[in-house]
Design a protein around this ligand. Structure first.
Ligand code: DQQ
Length: 585
């Protein structure tokens, strides 16, 4: 009977993920916690000041990477690495939530749990691929080879939906052929994980990449398959960069070379297409992306600018943001980026509050037409449905040392947009600028120190007496050779009076041509997260903060300028935001 069942499953996959599956018994849910228990803990968490109002987070426990995001049959699906037992990493399953707008999420049963020999220690990260319109999941199983945790191995496995006519795709069935891949010769079996969404080549074969490392070289191993079950390793990896360490959660996708905001399906290619390779560096826990060309004849990727190659150049986000993943949203023809935002508090604090980590607010991602090596990111437009009361300030001058309160704002959940008129750049302080010293400069120069053209910007989650404040600010610098950069910082060094949190400021540079008329900021504030989108999304910075006084309706918003040159505010608009409740269906 079992053999018949296996044969049946294979035939169904070849028939391209058939709508009705008879053998769903492989997915034994050995430890799905009951939804009523989750709902009860959500209710008791409502009094917690650091739970967010419009960022996705499960009712309790630990969460990390987003997995297999997709749009299918009217629903967005978000899977995520989740520990059903504790607010620390471990026992990793695939949590599953669905939404019609990526704002209002309902949590379903766990999609994948460690119940097979090849994933007994955890169902690690992976992705979703559509085969003839039906999604299948690839993930990494963590197990051992000799019944000892000392012999850990990572293997790739696959699951298909038990019933494709269920738009919620509640139940997933692991293939009897699993594991479909084990580590190849020359790759340490503990450094072989996180299969990407697959794409179709011109030869009709599927391709996917898997993160790995060789010595200290980051590697994106390339595999090809005709049937999605038998995978063959290509002789050469898709890409590799020396000294970047283990590449986790790679992502590889096309973007229109025209810099159109319209997204492309993952298999799209051609002369009007560029490709993006993203790698998550295990050593530093940062996500780096590179724009380049996918050369189909050699199945390889070349960075447009070698200095910005994978792991060396640009990051999606210069704060807390890791293991991100994109997907093509066929509902609105856009590419959506999701990322894991860890805590900055201690593990003990996480255990005490009974949860850890958020998903960043979903972003749309596309090529920057002013600088084709760079991507732009922006919160999805659906956020606007949450805007309530609006506060505005128009055209005013912010003098040296001034702190201007945005009257009426008393909220820890805000969407803030602000445009500053770019001041005369002559006179900007001279500074040696390189990609590595921005964060350091944010600490050294700080929001409170006096400068010339800056620091100026916003104070969010600020208490009335300003003893707690998270500064988001610009600081303009010259390289002494007629070129300028805007240093952009999230400075959480004064974000809380509490000890025991990491308050290191984060930052990056935005190159300025001198022709820009404005410097702009968009900041999403949500109780314990501050997400900054600077200059139309050229640079993003995400921070976690834990104010003790500036909470709920005690949280205020200010503009400030600590530079000697007055700054002109063109316009500020801030909205108080609706609270979204995460449900279960
Ligand atoms: N998280 C997963 C791994 C991945 C890492 C385990 C990245 O698959 O490499 O929870 O955060």
């Amino acid at each position: 009977m079992e053999i018949l069942c296996k044969v049946f499953l294979v035939l169904l996959l070849f028939a391209v993920v058939a709508p009705e599956l008879g053998c769903a018994s492989h997915n034994v849910r050995i430890f799905a916690p009951s939804l009523s228990r989750l709902a009860a803990s959500a209710a008791s968490a409502a009094s917690q000041p650091y739970r967010t109002s419009f960022h996705f987070q499960p009712p309790k426990n630990w969460m990390n990477d987003p997995n297999g995001p997709m749009f299918y049959n009217g629903y967005y699906h978000l899977f995520y690495q989740w520990n059903p037992y504790a607010a620390v990493w471990g026992n990793i399953t695939w949590g599953h939530a669905v939404s019609t707008d990526m704002i209002h999420w309902d949590i379903l049963e766990l999609a994948l749990v460690p119940d097979q020999w090849y994933d007994q220690y955890g169902c690690w990260s992976g992705s979703a691929t559509f085969i003839n319109g039906k999604p299948v999941l690839l993930y990494t199983g963590w197990s051992n080879v000799s019944f000892s945790r000392d012999n850990q191995v990572q293997m790739q496995a696959m699951a298909i939906a038990a019933n494709y006519s269920d738009p919620l795709l509640r139940e997933w069935t692991k293939l009897p052929q699993n594991p479909i891949l084990t580590a190849p010769v020359g790759i340490n079996s503990t450094k072989f994980r996180d299969p990407t969404t697959a794409w179709l080549g011109e030869d009709g074969k599927w391709r996917m990449i898997i993160g790995a490392k060789r010595k200290h070289r980051g590697v994106a191993l390339l595999y090809r398959s005709s049937d999605f079950i038998q995978w063959e390793k290509a002789k050469h990896p898709l890409h590799t960069v020396a000294l970047t360490g283990m590449w986790e959660c790679p992502d590889f996708y096309p973007v229109p070379a025209s810099a159109s905001i319209t997204g492309l399906d993952t298999s799209a290619n051609g002369p009007h297409v560029k490709h993006v390779l993203k790698v998550s560096l295990d050593d530093t826990k940062h996500d780096y992306y590179t724009v380049g060309t996918y050369i189909t004849s050699s199945d390889s990727f070349i960075a447009s600018n070698a200095n910005l190659d994978a792991g060396l150049g640009l990051r999606y986000d210069y704060g807390k943001y890791y293991a991100s993943k994109t997907f093509f949203d066929s509902k609105k023809n856009r590419r959506i980026l999701l990322g894991w935002v860890n805590e900055s508090s201690s593990e003990l604090a996480d255990i005490a509050k009974d949860w850890s980590s958020l998903q960043a607010f979903p972003r749309i991602v596309w090529l920057d037409e002013e600088d084709n090596d760079r991507l732009l990111q922006w919160p999805i437009e659906e956020i606007e449905m949450l805007r309530k009361e609006k506060f505005s300030l128009k055209s005013s001058q912010i003098d040296k040392g001034a702190t201007v309160k945005v009257e009426g704002v008393k909220s820890a959940q805000l969407d803030v947009l602000v445009d500053f008129e770019l001041p005369q750049l002559n006179g900007a302080e001279e500074m040696v600028v390189n990609t590595n010293n921005a964060q350091q400069l944010c600490s050294v120069r700080g929001a409170t120190r006096s400068g010339v053209l800056g620091p100026f910007g916003l104070l969010v989650l600020a208490s009335e007496d300003l003893s707690e404040q998270t500064a988001v600010f610009f600081y303009i610098m010259s390289n002494g050779e007629g070129k300028w950069n805007a240093l952009i910082c999230n400075d959480q060094s004064r974000s809380t009076l509490a000890a025991d949190t990491d308050k290191t400021p984060y930052g990056s540079f935005i190159p300025l041509s001198g022709m820009e008329k404005t410097l702009s900021l968009r900041v999403l504030v949500d109780h314990s997260i501050v997400e900054t989108f600077a200059q139309g999304g050229k640079v993003c910075i995400t921070s976690r903060v834990y104010p003790t006084k500036a909470i709920e309706d005690k949280a205020q918003l200010y503009l400030f300028n600590n530079g000697s040159v007055p700054v002109h505010l063109r316009e500020l608009t801030a909205w108080d935001m609706e609270t979204v409740h995460i449900g279960s269906i």
